[in-house]
Design a protein around this ligand. Structure first.
Ligand code: C5P
Length: 224
């Protein structure tokens, strides 16, 4: 990676505050924000729409090979383009959220998506967030962070976020689904969620978004 290009990775479980924090951090630093989860979600949406068998690993790899996913940052938020179609809202549906694991556990698909992520980070400075971005995608990143929060707080944030979007939420089912997603993210054999040895761990349970961004900027300034 050229010296002038900075890669800042943020990993952590769902609801730890990664997206909000990563977006704000990228804005403050004036660099590109890369939401890798959006790529896994967009491919899941395409697989669901095509009606294919989600257990078919080689079919999923072929699907990934024939797909173009583009992420654009706008003032209004991140736009996710799947083969040219704006799917920014569609990829946040509960069905996509709960089926993303089929894509995420398929090694051949991860290789393709990781390749796209590396290409984006090779040409410009980025703040990249996901599950494996500091461990697999950019093991030599300039700065690595791992955001965490108590389970109840993560669930509370997800419920609030979905309610703000006008969605009807059953709290118990959301908690069960979040637990299942955590389990799958932590235990998959390829690209599981884990803390990189050289990552700074921040517990955001009692922190605000701006407080977390300030903390990250402090570490970046100090060179950690
Ligand atoms: O970050 P987000 O919750 O949108 O990610 C959706 C799902 O995509 C995660 O639960 C995970 O299974 C998968 N993912 C992944 N690796 C990444 C980012 C997301 O496996 N780097």
């Amino acid at each position: 990676m050229p010296q002038s290009v900075q890669v800042i990775t943020i990993d952590g479980p769902a609801g730890a505050g990664k997206s909000t924090v990563a977006k704000e951090l990228a804005l403050r630093l004036g660099v590109f924000y890369l939401d890798t989860g959006a790529m896994y979600r967009a491919l899941t949406l395409k697989a669901i729409r095509s009606g294919m068998n989600l257990e078919d690993a080689s079919g999923l790899v072929d699907l990934a090979r024939g797909t173009r996913i583009r992420l654009e940052n706008h003032n209004s938020g991140t736009k996710v383009l799947l083969d040219g179609e704006d799917v920014s809202d569609a990829i946040r549906s509960p069905e996509v959220t709960n089926k993303t694991f089929y894509i995420a556990r398929t090694g051949g698909v991860r290789e393709i998506l990781v390749g796209w992520q590396r290409e984006i980070g090779a040409r410009q400075s980025i703040v990249i967030e996901g599950r494996d971005v500091g461990t697999v995608v950019f093991p030599k990143a300039t700065h690595k962070f791992y955001l965490d929060a108590d389970f109840e707080e993560r669930a509370r944030r997800r419920i609030k976020e979905l309610r703000e979007k006008g969605k009807q939420i059953d709290e118990d089912s959301l908690k069960t689904e979040l637990k299942e997603r955590d389990h799958k993210d932590f235990t998959r054999s390829i690209g599981p969620l884990k803390i990189a040895d050289d990552a700074v761990v921040i517990d955001t349970t009692h922190m605000t978004v701006n407080g977390t961004v300030d903390e990250i900027l402090k570490h970046i300034k100090n060179g950690s």
